[in-house]
Ligand binder design. Structure first.
Ligand code: RI2
Length: 270
Protein backbone atom coordinates (compact mmCIF):
# COMPACT_ATOMS: atom_id res chain seq x y z
CA UNK A 1 0.00 0.00 0.00
CA UNK A 2 1.45 3.42 -0.89
CA UNK A 3 1.41 6.40 1.51
CA UNK A 4 -1.62 8.00 -0.14
CA UNK A 5 -3.71 4.83 0.26
CA UNK A 6 -2.44 4.29 3.79
CA UNK A 7 -3.39 7.87 4.65
CA UNK A 8 -6.93 7.49 3.22
CA UNK A 9 -7.44 4.21 5.08
CA UNK A 10 -6.53 5.80 8.42
CA UNK A 11 -8.93 8.71 7.81
CA UNK A 12 -11.72 6.24 6.94
CA UNK A 13 -10.97 4.07 10.01
CA UNK A 14 -11.17 7.16 12.23
CA UNK A 15 -14.54 8.12 10.65
CA UNK A 16 -15.91 4.57 11.07
CA UNK A 17 -14.70 4.34 14.69
CA UNK A 18 -12.50 1.38 13.80
CA UNK A 19 -9.92 3.61 15.45
CA UNK A 20 -11.69 4.76 18.61
CA UNK A 21 -11.02 7.12 21.53
CA UNK A 22 -9.51 10.59 21.50
CA UNK A 23 -5.97 9.42 22.27
CA UNK A 24 -5.90 6.60 19.71
CA UNK A 25 -7.41 8.92 17.12
CA UNK A 26 -4.71 11.56 17.79
CA UNK A 27 -1.96 8.92 17.59
CA UNK A 28 -3.29 7.52 14.31
CA UNK A 29 -3.70 11.04 12.89
CA UNK A 30 -0.10 11.83 13.85
CA UNK A 31 1.12 8.82 11.90
CA UNK A 32 -1.14 9.60 8.92
CA UNK A 33 0.00 13.21 8.83
CA UNK A 34 3.65 12.13 8.95
CA UNK A 35 2.95 10.17 5.74
CA UNK A 36 1.44 13.19 4.03
CA UNK A 37 2.08 16.51 5.85
CA UNK A 38 0.02 18.82 3.62
CA UNK A 39 -2.73 21.39 4.27
CA UNK A 40 -5.33 19.10 2.65
CA UNK A 41 -4.28 16.17 4.86
CA UNK A 42 -4.56 18.34 7.96
CA UNK A 43 -8.05 19.37 6.92
CA UNK A 44 -9.32 15.84 6.21
CA UNK A 45 -7.92 14.58 9.53
CA UNK A 46 -9.40 17.46 11.53
CA UNK A 47 -12.82 16.91 9.94
CA UNK A 48 -12.81 13.13 10.38
CA UNK A 49 -14.03 13.51 14.00
CA UNK A 50 -14.87 17.16 14.72
CA UNK A 51 -15.03 16.87 18.54
CA UNK A 52 -11.34 15.95 19.01
CA UNK A 53 -9.02 18.85 19.90
CA UNK A 54 -6.29 16.38 20.92
CA UNK A 55 -5.99 15.46 17.25
CA UNK A 56 -5.56 19.12 16.28
CA UNK A 57 -3.10 19.81 19.13
CA UNK A 58 -1.07 16.72 18.22
CA UNK A 59 -0.70 17.79 14.58
CA UNK A 60 0.47 21.23 15.71
CA UNK A 61 3.03 19.65 18.08
CA UNK A 62 4.26 17.51 15.17
CA UNK A 63 4.95 20.63 13.14
CA UNK A 64 6.97 22.08 16.03
CA UNK A 65 8.75 19.03 17.46
CA UNK A 66 8.63 16.31 14.79
CA UNK A 67 7.18 12.79 14.86
CA UNK A 68 9.29 10.99 17.45
CA UNK A 69 9.12 13.62 20.19
CA UNK A 70 5.38 14.13 19.68
CA UNK A 71 4.72 10.39 19.82
CA UNK A 72 6.72 10.02 23.05
CA UNK A 73 4.29 12.33 24.83
CA UNK A 74 1.45 9.78 24.69
CA UNK A 75 3.16 7.11 26.76
CA UNK A 76 4.95 9.45 29.15
CA UNK A 77 1.69 11.30 29.90
CA UNK A 78 -0.20 8.02 30.43
CA UNK A 79 2.51 6.75 32.82
CA UNK A 80 2.03 9.84 34.98
CA UNK A 81 -1.77 9.60 34.78
CA UNK A 82 -1.61 5.96 35.95
CA UNK A 83 0.29 6.95 39.09
CA UNK A 84 -2.14 9.77 39.91
CA UNK A 85 -5.21 7.55 39.40
CA UNK A 86 -3.64 4.86 41.61
CA UNK A 87 -3.55 7.41 44.46
CA UNK A 88 -7.24 8.24 44.15
CA UNK A 89 -8.54 4.63 44.25
CA UNK A 90 -9.49 3.29 47.68
CA UNK A 91 -9.30 -0.44 48.36
CA UNK A 92 -12.59 -2.36 48.23
CA UNK A 93 -14.24 0.35 46.14
CA UNK A 94 -16.63 0.21 43.20
CA UNK A 95 -15.67 2.42 40.26
CA UNK A 96 -18.14 3.44 37.57
CA UNK A 97 -17.15 4.28 33.99
CA UNK A 98 -18.89 4.92 30.67
CA UNK A 99 -17.97 4.20 27.02
CA UNK A 100 -14.32 3.29 26.36
CA UNK A 101 -11.50 5.54 27.42
CA UNK A 102 -7.95 4.26 26.98
CA UNK A 103 -6.84 6.69 29.71
CA UNK A 104 -9.34 5.16 32.16
CA UNK A 105 -8.77 1.53 31.13
CA UNK A 106 -4.97 1.87 31.23
CA UNK A 107 -5.00 3.40 34.68
CA UNK A 108 -7.40 0.76 36.06
CA UNK A 109 -5.21 -2.04 34.69
CA UNK A 110 -2.18 -0.32 36.25
CA UNK A 111 -4.00 -0.06 39.61
CA UNK A 112 -4.90 -3.77 39.45
CA UNK A 113 -1.25 -4.65 38.76
CA UNK A 114 -0.33 -2.57 41.81
CA UNK A 115 -2.64 -4.69 43.93
CA UNK A 116 -5.50 -2.26 44.44
CA UNK A 117 -8.71 -4.10 45.26
CA UNK A 118 -11.73 -2.74 43.41
CA UNK A 119 -14.47 -3.69 40.99
CA UNK A 120 -15.97 -1.78 38.08
CA UNK A 121 -19.53 -1.06 36.91
CA UNK A 122 -19.92 0.24 33.36
CA UNK A 123 -22.51 0.98 30.69
CA UNK A 124 -22.76 -0.71 27.30
CA UNK A 125 -22.86 2.73 25.55
CA UNK A 126 -25.28 2.60 22.65
CA UNK A 127 -25.31 2.81 19.70
CA UNK A 128 -21.77 1.52 19.13
CA UNK A 129 -21.31 -0.45 22.37
CA UNK A 130 -17.82 0.80 23.25
CA UNK A 131 -18.66 -0.31 26.83
CA UNK A 132 -18.19 -3.92 25.69
CA UNK A 133 -14.62 -3.08 24.73
CA UNK A 134 -14.06 -1.61 28.20
CA UNK A 135 -15.61 -4.66 29.87
CA UNK A 136 -13.54 -7.13 27.80
CA UNK A 137 -10.26 -5.32 28.44
CA UNK A 138 -10.87 -5.03 32.19
CA UNK A 139 -11.96 -8.67 32.42
CA UNK A 140 -8.77 -9.71 30.62
CA UNK A 141 -6.76 -7.85 33.27
CA UNK A 142 -8.55 -9.81 36.01
CA UNK A 143 -10.78 -6.92 37.15
CA UNK A 144 -14.33 -7.80 38.28
CA UNK A 145 -16.75 -6.02 35.93
CA UNK A 146 -20.54 -5.63 35.76
CA UNK A 147 -22.07 -4.09 32.61
CA UNK A 148 -25.42 -2.26 32.76
CA UNK A 149 -27.69 -1.14 29.94
CA UNK A 150 -27.46 2.64 29.46
CA UNK A 151 -30.94 3.32 30.80
CA UNK A 152 -29.93 1.69 34.10
CA UNK A 153 -27.31 4.29 35.00
CA UNK A 154 -29.21 5.38 38.10
CA UNK A 155 -29.61 1.76 39.19
CA UNK A 156 -25.89 1.19 38.61
CA UNK A 157 -24.98 4.17 40.77
CA UNK A 158 -27.35 3.72 43.68
CA UNK A 159 -29.70 0.80 43.64
CA UNK A 160 -30.18 -1.52 46.60
CA UNK A 161 -30.22 -4.27 43.97
CA UNK A 162 -26.46 -3.96 43.65
CA UNK A 163 -24.31 -5.72 46.18
CA UNK A 164 -22.12 -2.63 46.54
CA UNK A 165 -22.44 1.08 45.99
CA UNK A 166 -20.34 3.08 43.55
CA UNK A 167 -17.71 5.14 45.37
CA UNK A 168 -16.18 7.05 42.48
CA UNK A 169 -16.74 7.75 38.79
CA UNK A 170 -13.88 7.87 36.29
CA UNK A 171 -14.70 9.27 32.85
CA UNK A 172 -12.44 9.97 29.90
CA UNK A 173 -12.68 13.15 27.85
CA UNK A 174 -12.68 14.25 24.25
CA UNK A 175 -12.25 17.93 25.01
CA UNK A 176 -11.52 19.88 28.18
CA UNK A 177 -12.85 23.43 27.94
CA UNK A 178 -13.16 26.37 30.30
CA UNK A 179 -16.89 25.67 30.71
CA UNK A 180 -16.55 21.92 31.30
CA UNK A 181 -15.63 18.65 29.65
CA UNK A 182 -16.99 17.09 26.46
CA UNK A 183 -17.27 13.31 26.59
CA UNK A 184 -19.46 10.51 25.18
CA UNK A 185 -23.17 11.26 25.18
CA UNK A 186 -24.64 10.13 28.50
CA UNK A 187 -21.81 11.73 30.46
CA UNK A 188 -23.87 14.85 31.25
CA UNK A 189 -26.64 12.73 32.79
CA UNK A 190 -24.07 10.67 34.71
CA UNK A 191 -22.59 13.89 36.12
CA UNK A 192 -25.99 15.14 37.29
CA UNK A 193 -26.78 11.80 38.94
CA UNK A 194 -23.33 11.73 40.54
CA UNK A 195 -24.02 15.10 42.08
CA UNK A 196 -27.46 13.95 43.29
CA UNK A 197 -25.97 10.84 44.91
CA UNK A 198 -22.84 12.68 46.14
CA UNK A 199 -20.44 10.42 44.23
CA UNK A 200 -17.17 12.13 43.23
CA UNK A 201 -16.62 12.36 39.47
CA UNK A 202 -13.08 12.47 38.10
CA UNK A 203 -12.04 13.16 34.53
CA UNK A 204 -9.01 11.17 33.38
CA UNK A 205 -7.44 12.91 30.39
CA UNK A 206 -4.24 13.94 28.69
CA UNK A 207 -3.75 17.72 28.91
CA UNK A 208 -3.53 17.90 25.10
CA UNK A 209 -7.33 17.62 25.14
CA UNK A 210 -7.53 21.21 26.33
CA UNK A 211 -8.99 23.65 23.85
CA UNK A 212 -9.57 27.39 24.09
CA UNK A 213 -11.71 27.28 20.93
CA UNK A 214 -15.31 26.33 20.27
CA UNK A 215 -15.62 22.54 19.89
CA UNK A 216 -18.65 21.29 17.91
CA UNK A 217 -20.58 18.22 19.03
CA UNK A 218 -20.38 15.52 16.37
CA UNK A 219 -23.74 14.18 15.18
CA UNK A 220 -23.32 10.75 13.59
CA UNK A 221 -25.21 8.82 10.92
CA UNK A 222 -28.76 7.78 11.94
CA UNK A 223 -28.15 4.24 10.64
CA UNK A 224 -25.95 3.56 13.67
CA UNK A 225 -29.13 3.87 15.75
CA UNK A 226 -31.75 2.27 13.46
CA UNK A 227 -30.48 1.01 10.14
CA UNK A 228 -33.88 0.33 8.50
CA UNK A 229 -35.91 3.08 10.06
CA UNK A 230 -39.45 3.46 8.66
CA UNK A 231 -40.17 6.62 6.67
CA UNK A 232 -40.90 9.89 8.51
CA UNK A 233 -39.15 9.01 11.73
CA UNK A 234 -36.31 11.37 12.43
CA UNK A 235 -33.36 9.98 14.37
CA UNK A 236 -30.92 12.06 16.38
CA UNK A 237 -27.48 10.58 17.07
CA UNK A 238 -25.29 13.06 18.96
CA UNK A 239 -22.00 11.39 19.88
CA UNK A 240 -20.97 13.65 22.76
CA UNK A 241 -22.21 16.07 25.39
CA UNK A 242 -20.85 18.49 27.92
CA UNK A 243 -20.30 17.85 31.62
CA UNK A 244 -20.62 21.19 33.41
CA UNK A 245 -17.46 22.15 35.31
CA UNK A 246 -19.30 22.34 38.66
CA UNK A 247 -19.86 18.56 38.61
CA UNK A 248 -16.16 17.70 38.27
CA UNK A 249 -14.28 16.86 41.46
CA UNK A 250 -10.88 16.85 39.68
CA UNK A 251 -9.19 16.41 36.33
CA UNK A 252 -6.47 13.76 36.50
CA UNK A 253 -3.90 14.42 33.80
CA UNK A 254 -0.12 14.25 33.49
CA UNK A 255 -0.17 17.73 35.09
CA UNK A 256 -1.52 16.26 38.35
CA UNK A 257 -4.82 15.83 40.19
CA UNK A 258 -6.23 19.30 39.73
CA UNK A 259 -9.54 21.07 40.13
CA UNK A 260 -11.07 21.86 36.75
CA UNK A 261 -10.10 25.54 36.99
CA UNK A 262 -6.51 24.75 38.06
CA UNK A 263 -6.24 22.35 35.16
CA UNK A 264 -7.39 25.03 32.71
CA UNK A 265 -4.79 27.49 34.05
CA UNK A 266 -1.95 24.96 33.76
CA UNK A 267 -3.00 23.54 30.38
CA UNK A 268 -3.24 27.08 28.95
CA UNK A 269 0.37 27.75 29.95
CA UNK A 270 1.66 24.53 28.35
P1 RI2 B 1 -9.36 8.19 25.40
C1 RI2 B 1 -14.33 8.32 23.24
O1 RI2 B 1 -15.01 8.71 22.08
C2 RI2 B 1 -15.13 8.46 24.51
O2 RI2 B 1 -15.93 9.61 24.57
C3 RI2 B 1 -13.99 8.49 25.50
O3 RI2 B 1 -14.38 8.87 26.79
C4 RI2 B 1 -13.05 9.44 24.82
O4 RI2 B 1 -13.11 9.07 23.43
C5 RI2 B 1 -11.64 9.50 25.30
O5 RI2 B 1 -10.92 8.38 25.00
P2 RI2 B 1 -15.32 7.71 20.79
O6 RI2 B 1 -14.09 7.72 19.93
O7 RI2 B 1 -8.59 9.31 24.79
O8 RI2 B 1 -15.68 6.36 21.30
O9 RI2 B 1 -9.28 8.22 26.92
O10 RI2 B 1 -16.47 8.40 20.11
O11 RI2 B 1 -9.03 6.84 24.83
Amino acid sequence: MNNKKRFSKIVQDIKDIKIQGARNIAKAALYAYSLSPTKESMSSLVHARPTEPMLVNTLHKFEKFGYKKTLEHFQSAQDKINKFVLRTIRNNSVIFTHCHSSAVVNSLVYAKKHRKRFEVYNTETRPLFQGRKTASELKKAGIKITTFIDSAIDIALESKQNSRKVSMILLGADAVLKSGVINKVGSGMIAELASLHKIPLYIVADSWKYSSHYVPIEERDFREVWSRVPKNIKIRNPAFEKIQARYIKAVISELGILSHSEFIKKAKKN
